[in-house]
Design a protein around this ligand. Sequence first.
Ligand code: C2E
Ligand code: MG
Ligand code: MG
Length: 341
Amino acid sequence: VSRRTELALRAAAAKGPGTLVAFDPAIDKLSAEQRLIHRELPRAITAHELEVHYQPIVSAGGAAFVGVEALLRWTHVTHGSISPAAFIPVAEQMGLMDTLGAFVLRKALQDAKRWPDLYVAVNLSPLQVRDRGIIDVVRAALAESGVSPSRLMLEITEGVLIDNPDEMIRRIEDLHALGVRIALDDFGSGYSNLSYLQRFPLDKLKIDKGFVSALGQSGNGGVIIQAIVALGRALGLSITVEGVETEQQRVLLRLAGCDEMQGFLFARPASAKAIDRLIKQSKPSGASPAPPRACPAPTGCAPRRSRAGRRALHARRPDSRRRGRDRPCPRPDIAPPRCSC
Ligand code: C2E
Ligand code: MG
Ligand code: MG
C-alpha cells in the first residue's frame, strides 16, 4: 500500500500543485527501461555518471555560432547511453530533478565562460518552473559563475504554462528581472496554443523538429513554418528552428525567415572540449568574431528593441503589446552573418 501511495503521490507531483491522483495499476506498469532508470539514477547521480553536453546554435544568415544548448547525457556503465527524454520524467517522479536541474545550470554557466561570444540555453523541466525556488537557484548559479545574465536563455515547454497561467506569468517576469531570457521550446509539438504567445512574456520561440522533418515531404510543412515565423515576429520573438538535418531544409528555413538554427547539419551535441575545438576550427586563427554589422539592404531593418524597450511600449499601449516591433530584414539574402537586424 505504501508503494502504491508513493507512486500516486509522484504522479500527482508531476502533474503540478493541487492535483489529485488516485492509484491506477497503469502507473505501476513501468517499462523495463523505466525500472532500470528508477533503480540506477540515484546511484548514477552520486557516481557522476551524468554529464552536460552542448549543441551549437547557428545564425540562419551566416551559420556563425551564436549559442549552445546544454543537454544532459547519461552513459550507464553497462547499459550504455540512456536518453534524457527517458530519464528526465523519471527524475521528476523521483524528486531528483531539483538536484539534476541545479547541476546542469551550474555546469552550463561554468562552461559558458569558455565561450564568451555565445549564449547558453538550459532546459528547465516543468517541475523546476513550477517551483518558486527556481528564482534563487538561477540567481545563485549566475552569481557563482559571474556570467552575465543576458547570456543565459532558459527553455521552458508549453505544458507548464497551461495549469496555472497567472502564476507562470509571474514566474517568467521574476526570471526576466534577473536579466535572463526565456524561450518556448518544442513549439508545435503539443497544444500550440497561439494565445500563449501573446499572453506570456517570452523572448524566443523554438520551432519543433517535427515541422522541419515534414519540410519537402508534405506540401504544407513550409507554409506552417512561415506562418509561425510571421506570428512570432509580429509578437517580437526571435525564432530558432531545431532538427535541421539537410542543406535543403536549411535553405528553405532561411527563406522562411528563421533567425537561428540548430541541428545535426551543423553539429551534434558534444562535450565542452569538443565544442572548444569546433569553435576554434570555425574561426580563422587569431581572429576575433566580427561585431554585428549594419544591414546592407537599401531600406535597412528596424532596430531590434531591447526587452526594456518592449516593456515600455507595452506599458504605454497595453492592447498592442509588441506590435510593430521588428520588421523582418528586407534582404536576408544579402544580410551579412551577425547582421545587427
Ligand atoms: P530539446 O530541449 O528539444 O533538445 C533538442 C533535442 O533534439 C536533443 O535531444 C538533441 O540531441 C536533438 N536534436 C538536435 N538536432 C537534431 C537533429 O538534427 N535531428 C534530430 N532528430 N534530433 C536533433 P536529446 O539530447 O535527446 O534531448 C531530448 C530532450 O530531453 C530535450 O529536448 C529536452 O526536452 C530534454 N533534456 C535534455 N537535457 C535536459 C536538461 O538538462 N534538463 C531538462 N529539463 N531537460 C533536458
Ligand atoms: Mg531545449
Ligand atoms: Mg526542443
